[in-house]
Design a protein around this ligand. Structure first.
Ligand code: CUK
Ligand code: CUA
Length: 642
């Protein structure tokens, strides 16, 4: 069984260039020790210790699990519509999915980063990236809803994102695909890549009070592909580190073109310097077009604004912002340890893990210890001058590294399908445990922050094969929880995930648990079509628009018999939930309505747009079981000929 699963990922990664053979996990068995169950058991009625926010990959969603139980608590639609929450169906939420290309209700959500204060998650917001139509989103942890989505100009495939500086001064978004900048004519031959394609990294500032994001500036770089990144910490606070691939700048990523170089680069960026240049007015304004969508809790309405300008610093003009550091073979993860001194590059096709030293990088810059050959005119620090040391033969296909705060690092190995614990100081491998199968990211609560909670590790696996009851050709991806409190990692739980889990983060539950908004205050509801009591419920015709001001309270709608609608009308049901009790939403469905349904929280108003396609009688009803008389919570709309 193991062999079978070992071969598949090898084919995936074409790892023929790697010659390590020593990392094959010992057994395919899934032996768990006798007390594993008690370690993950959270008794009925008890809460989990950690909130775990997990990327939903191509589902466009973010899921929330409890740890250590692995219980699924919530799925948050971000770049997707979601019938369970009525998200993207109501007129109020549709603008959240607007882009410069129009309504794009899908994206490929890869990474999760929590807002930080002093290098630690502060439990206010979760940032996620959309990899396809490049976007950044902010989820509010008071409501567990998407509060903001920002499209990124000059970018394509926003993969190196949304990593945060220590106080969320900036969230970065580095383009995965270099493309011609938005303000030049992009109708050019693809093989003119080297001259015309550029990389861009957005530095997005975050408002301290309300979290609102703004593109402060972009760095325009040579046309490499940005893969991952992490901010410095402590002494390296002013720096950001990006892994790059395709430094050959090939327009076709066939291995022979894009993986030709023995080393690609980690790109070290002095963002403080860049910020100073921008403040001094050195950036150039470029005209671009991108959507900025925000959700206003007072009016319960999203707005989509189209922005048209961005400030760009071309790094070619400012040679003291960016330094390249050679890193073996297609680096993927780029992770900074809790002290801010060690930067781990994970070359997917490399047989070792290089660990770079921040102090040595600074010395090399001061001494101009650069390679003779620049990269696109920019300095390349000598490999040895930046290197702290190498972890030898750690495994095959290293991807990502997290830290336990006790001097150890944990790296995921996709090809050899294992997680490996190693000591940062002496670079010795301490333990390795198999994953089932082909781990991508791994996560330790707080594991990329200044203060990790080194108790659990979760491996997010790409291939599930035989782990669960089979479900046809597609199997769910999978997470595996390890206890890392002892010397040896111990596998204690498997659980399936929603979509493809890439990165995830987790924080102690106390940070979030007691800050939850339970109801919206109906008196503070500023929705333009709110109905604050049944007495105000009404039907108002405006031309061919029919506004139905309708209230919902256990267990009826008012009005519940609606007449006077004519074929050719556009009916707008503005449903206000009058409840002021936690956990009493009402749903709203109409027979034949193409816009799906609403799910309206206590004190909230949402609008369902319905264009009847025939005359007759159409039932409306509450879709969410709300009381013993839920089934009675219904009514009728009559549609007459014009
Ligand atoms: S990537 Cu998925 S395994 Cu998009 Cu962070 Cu490495
Ligand atoms: Cu209201 Cu069911």
């Amino acid at each position: 069984m193991y062999i079978k699963n070992f071969i598949t990922p090898v084919l995936f990664l074409a790892a023929a260039t790697v010659s390590v053979t020593s990392c094959k996990p010992k057994s395919a068995g899934t032996a768990v020790s006798g007390n594993a169950a008690s370690k993950v058991y959270v008794p009925p009625g008890k809460y989990d210790e950690f909130y775990n926010f997990v990327s939903g990959g191509f589902s466009g969603q973010l899921s929330v699990y409890g740890l250590p139980s692995g219980r699924l608590l919530r799925v948050i639609p971000v770049f997707s519509v979601d019938p369970e929450k009525g998200w993207g169906y109501s007129e109020e939420t549709k603008p959240m999915l607007n882009t410069s290309h129009g309504f794009v209700p899908w994206d490929d959500l890869h990474h999760v980063e929590m807002s930080m204060t002093d290098g630690q998650a502060d439990g206010r917001w979760v940032f996620v990236n959309g990899n396809n139509t490049p976007r950044l989103a902010r989820v509010d942890l008071k409501t567990f809803r998407t509060a903001e989505i920002l499209e990124l100009p000059n970018s394509a495939g926003n993969h190196s994102s949304p990593f945060s500086t220590e106080n969320s001064e900036y969230i970065v978004a580095g383009t995965r695909f270099s493309v011609p900048p938005d303000d030049v004519n992009g109708d050019i031959p693809i093989n003119s890549y080297k001259e015309n394609f550029k990389g861009h990294i957005s530095f997005v500032s975050v408002d301290k009070t309300n979290g609102e994001m703004k593109i402060a500036f972009q760095l325009k770089t040579p046309g490499v592909n940005f893969d991952l990144s992490h901010a410095g910490k402590g002494k390296s606070h002013d720096w950001f580190f990006f892994s790059t691939y395709n430094t050959e700048q090939a327009n076709t990523l066939l291995e022979v073109n894009a993986s030709r170089r023995d080393k690609d680069f980690i790109m070290a960026v002095n963002w403080k310097k860049a910020e100073e240049y921008v403040k001094a007015g050195k950036g150039k304004k470029h005209s671009v077009k991108y959507a900025h969508n925000t959700y206003d809790e007072a009016t319960h309405t999203a707005k989509s604004a189209m922005e048209n300008e961005v400030t760009v610093l071309d790094v070619a003009d400012f040679p003291d912002i960016v330094y390249f550091i050679p890193c073996p073979k297609s680096p993927h993860g780029c992770d900074v340890d809790p002290t801010g001194e060690y930067i781990v590059g994970s070359g997917k096709l490399a047989a070792l893990l290089p660990v770079f030293s921040y102090d040595k990088i600074q010395k090399a810059i001061a001494a101009k210890d650069f390679e003779q050959e620049t990269y696109a005119g920019l300095p390349v620090i000598k490999y040895e001058a930046a290197l702290y040391g190498e972890v030898q033969k750690p495994g095959l296909g290293p991807l990502h590294t997290e830290f336990d705060g006790k001097g150890n690092a944990y790296t995921s190995f996709f090809v050899s399908s294992e997680v490996v614990k190693w000591n940062i100081k002496d670079l010795k491998v301490l333990d390795r445990q198999p994953t089932y199968y082909s781990v991508g990211h791994l996560m330790i609560p707080g594991g990329d922050s200044k203060k990790p909670f080194g108790k659990y590790l979760v491996a997010y696996n790409k291939i599930t094969k035989d782990r669960y009851l089979p479900t046809g050709p597609e199997l769910s991806q999978s997470a595996q929880l390890y206890d890392i409190s002892g010397d040896k990692m111990e596998l204690i739980l498997d659980y399936p995930t929603i979509g493809e889990p890439h990165y995830a983060q987790a924080v102690p539950a106390e940070l979030i648990r007691d800050k939850q908004l339970k109801i919206f205050d109906i008196n503070a509801n500023k929705h333009p079509f709110v109905t604050k009591g049944e007495a105000e419920a009404k039907v108002v015709r405006q031309g061919n628009q029919v506004h139905v001001y309708i209230t919902a309270v256990r267990s009826h709608f008012a009005p519940d018999n609606i007449e006077g609608v004519q074929l050719g009308d556009e009916v707008l049901f503005h449903v206000t939930n009058l409840e002021q009790d936690w956990d009493v939403p009402h749903g709203f469905g109409v027979k034949g309505a193409a816009n799906g349904e609403l799910l309206v929280m206590p004190g909230e108003t949402l609008t369902l747009k319905w264009i009847p396609d025939r005359t007759g009688i159409f039932p409306i009803y509450c879709t969410d079981f709300c009381s013993a008389l839920h089934q009675e919570m219904s009514g009728y709309v009559r549609v007459s000929p014009k």
